[in-house]
Design a protein around this ligand. Structure first.
Ligand code: GTR
Length: 412
């Protein structure tokens, strides 16, 4: 009894987030446009050849860990192909084998049935299994470990029929199809189950020989993101997909994973972060909502252990998140916040997007175009775009509408 009591009073109750803008504290951001040797970065060429690799390495060594290049997936099994959404879409289930191994992930891909030629595709991982994205009986239930969830009566880490479509509000498949886009998703638990010891059964362990990395050399965010690259390997082979027009998306922890993936893999043409917060788009040096100390204590396994050493003093971090966003340049980048999602520090997300604008400027591209936080539901910006919508930590149809309009604008 005593034991139980003690474990409950650990960090969870001690951490009191700051929600007072006046108490955020002063900070100086590291300069994205200055090389480690002190020289200024004045051209896009210098950025691409010198500064971007330097920054990528700093994130690798201090925050997320390694991001293995491959091996690319070349072995795919089409498990099912059928009409969906009353004939509006073609749905494919593709088993993607990692490199030459027998380990795999299962992708669910929707493509507009009526569009001729190849289409742009939104790609993103889901939290609860492919069967939770759309309520349709042909989508197999995931057999992997899932989080327990009292709403759906999941108590033994095994999913059930009752959870079909549980996440469909976050995945407006029909809206995406009607806009002429495809949608590719997979369960993040296919890569690594989301709990502290998940690495033991996830790809950080099972693919050790293939990646040449020890589990501790990367984190769960990297493992999840690496799966997005393997999905991309498949998309590059599907004639109905335009692989030059793939938009990488992610919500919350999966938004963090999407950003880290896009930083490493330039095949993703547009990058969309939804409510990704600390370790995603929010500036680490702002003490507002979740902090480096809190996230690296609550979810140490998402990162490498070095990250936690900055918990007490994030000013020592050689990077901040505006530099991660700079690594998206010159690709169009959308950063979405939500008004009641204070934990994610919406203003810190905005500022990060704002400061990434200097990198876009090197490419002659306009970023946000303002340093003033916009009003609710009033998106701003050009190549870097931002909105804060009303409501809480979630992905809403409003968010998707903006992402689709953004992709339309940049792909036309
Ligand atoms: C929270 C975590 C956030 C965010 C969120 C989510 O518990 O503190 O950083 O990742 O989970 O993924 O929904």
């Amino acid at each position: 009894m005593m034991f139980f009591f003690f474990s409950r009073t650990s960090w969870a109750q001690e951490f009191v987030p700051n929600y007072d803008e006046l108490k955020v504290g002063n900070y100086t951001l590291p300069d994205p446009l200055r090389l480690a040797n002190g020289r200024a970065v004045t051209s896009s060429k210098q950025w691409t050849n010198e500064r971007a690799p330097e920054i990528l390495k700093l994130f690798n060594e201090n925050v997320y860990g390694a991001f293995p290049d491959g091996p690319k997936s070349t072995h795919f099994e089409l498990l099912d192909e059928r009409e969906a959404l009353n004939g509006k879409a073609i749905a494919k289930q593709v088993r993607i084998f990692f490199g030459a191994s027998q380990e795999y992930m299962d992708m669910l891909l929707f493509l507009p049935a009526k569009v001729k030629g190849s289409v742009p595709v939104f790609i993103g991982l889901n939290f609860m299994g492919n069967h939770t994205v759309l309520n349709d009986s042909w989508i197999p239930l995931t057999s992997r470990w899932v989080s327990n969830n009292s709403t759906y009566g999941i108590s033994d880490h095994k999913t059930n029929e009752g959870s079909r479509g549980a996440q469909s509000a976050r995945w407006p498949v029909e809206m995406v199809i009607d806009a002429g886009y495809g949608l590719a998703t997979a369960y993040y638990g296919d890569l690594e189950p989301d709990y502290p010891d998940g690495w033991r059964t996830g790809i950080r362990t099972t693919l050790q020989t293939l990646t040449g990395l020890q589990p501790r050399q990367w984190g769960a965010l990297g493992a999840w993101g690496w799966g997005l690259c393997r999905m991309m390997d498949y998309l590059e082979t599907d004639k109905k997909v335009n692989p030059k027009k793939v938009i990488i998306t992610g919500h919350s922890r999966l938004g963090k994973a999407a950003l880290w993936t896009a930083a490493n893999d330039k095949r993703f043409a547009i990058v969309v972060s939804n409510n990704s917060g600390e370790g995603g788009t929010a500036l680490a040096r702002r003490n507002y909502g979740e902090t480096v100390e809190r996230i690296s204590t609550a979810f140490p396994y998402w990162f490498i252990s070095t990250y936690a050493t900055y918990g007490k003093d994030p000013a020592q971090l050689p990077v901040d998140q505006h530099m991660l966003l700079g690594l998206m340049a010159p690709r169009p980048l959308y950063v979405a916040s939500a008004l009641d999602d204070k934990w994610a520090d919406p203003y810190g997300e905005f500022l990060s997007a704002y400061h990434a604008g200097r990198v876009y400027a090197l490419f002659g591209k306009n970023g946000l175009g303002t340093d003033t936080m916009p009003a609710t539901d009033q998106p701003v910006g050009d190549f870097v775009r931002y909105h804060i919508r009303q409501g809480g930590h979630d992905i809403k149809p409003y968010d998707w509408e903006q992402f689709i309009a953004f992709a339309n604008r940049h792909f036309k």
